[in-house]
Design a protein around this ligand. Structure first.
Ligand SMILES: Nc1nc2c(c(=O)[nH]1)N[C@H]1C(S)=C(S)[C@@H](COP(=O)(O)O)O[C@H]1N2
Ligand SMILES: [Mo]
Length: 334
């Protein structure tokens, strides 16, 4: 099925910010009432249903729609204002559909995210090819509002729906030889027009990787949705990685393979320009890109007259990951 999208989503289809906030307060009051009635404090994760939901329909199978509404709401009160749905879904990097920001939204209608299979291989007791539906049957979906900082010095705040990568990886029983996790994006020139082009800079398939400790960190997410709905194709449907303390290029889209490896796996942007893009790619305002500063970022939406420039934070503000890099020279291992 070809998914046709309008050139721009009319603002009437986007639930305005005040409505989200009201809904959130309502949810929190509801939780308080339930807790009082039961005479016990409810676990924060017990709040069902995502808080931030777009009215825009994203075509997806019924099983996925049902699963998405079961996601536990994000109860962390992030001070950052959400980037509106329209911007999150129309300003993208997904080189398989072209290298301009508007290309993925325009040209990703040919991607067929369902049915979808993921191959799990390498240093683990359990390996094989799994249907996305079966993978999702075994995990609890959660809403997570995260900052996304692109290496190009712009950023967004996105309410993802997903699950902890670690909760999935554990199910395969990785062996002691598993030191890294490698990820691969779909390679299918029929569905991904830029893979037919001879002028593309990145090689196909797009590949990424994490250390085992990074992959098991509770902040690391596999996302299947955003704003309460399934991932639009341009955002990496049906399954993409989200590593909020690393530059956006680590958050690989439309994943078809996960492999437990002994050696550090090759990664797409590092292959292309190793002096500009490292394997770690931790957000770091003190380590500039060879061609531009990383000290600040443009928080979207950003316009000519209100560029909305803010300071970039070490690890994109997720300071709890610092312990993963103890003793590592972040200048050398950028
Ligand atoms: N397969 C694939 N994954 C990808 C990319 C890509 O070109 N191909 N771009 C990356 C980059 S550079 C960024 S900033 C994020 C953008 O995610 P978003 O479009 O959902 O905001 O996706 C990352 N994942
Ligand atoms: Mo990026």
């Amino acid at each position: 099925m070809i998914i046709k999208r309008p050139p721009a989503i009319p603002s009437s289809e986007i639930t305005p910010e005040p409505v989200y906030r009201a809904r959130r307060q309502f949810m929190q009051q509801g939780l308080a009432l339930v807790a009082t009635a039961a005479g016990v404090g409810a676990a924060p994760n017990a709040v069902a249903k995502p808080t931030f939901v777009t009215d825009t329909d994203v075509p997806s199978p019924r099983w996925l729609k049902q699963k998405l509404v079961s996601a536990a709401a994000d109860t962390t009160a992030l001070a950052d204002k959400l980037t509106p749905y329209q911007h999150v879904t129309s300003y993208n990097n997904f080189y398989e559909f072209g290298s301009h920001k508007e290309d993925p939204a325009k040209h990703s209608g040919s991607l067929k995210p369902h049915p979808w299979k993921v191959e799990v291989s390498g240093a683990a007791d359990q390996t094989g090819v799994f249907n996305l539906e079966d993978i999702l049957a075994k995990v609890q979906l959660q809403e997570r509002v995260y900052r996304l900082r692109c290496v190009e010095a712009w950023s967004m705040v996105i309410p993802w729906i997903g699950f902890e990568l670690g909760s999935l990886l554990k199910q395969f029983n990785p062996t002691s030889r598993a030191k890294y996790v490698a990820f691969t994006t779909l390679e299918d020139p029929q569905q991904m027009p830029a893979q037919r082009s001879a002028f593309s800079s990145v090689g196909w398939p797009y590949v990424e990787g994490l250390t085992m400790a990074e992959a098991m960190h509770p902040l690391t997410l596999l996302a299947v949705g955003l704003y309460g709905k399934a991932l639009p194709n341009q955002n990496g449907a049906p399954l993409r990685l989200v590593v909020p303390w690393k530059y956006g290029f680590k958050s690989i889209k439309s994943i078809v393979k996960i492999e437990f490896t002994e050696r550090q796996p090759p990664t797409s942007w590092n292959i292309l320009a190793p002096n500009e893009y490292g394997f770690y790619a931790n957000v770091n305002p003190a380590v500039d890109h060879p061609r531009w500063s990383q000290a600040t970022e443009r928080r979207l939406p950003s316009g000519l007259f209100s560029p909305n420039i803010i300071d970039t934070q070490l690890f994109n503000g997720y300071h709890e990951v610092a312990s993963l890099y103890k003793g590592l020279d972040l200048r050398k291992h950028y």
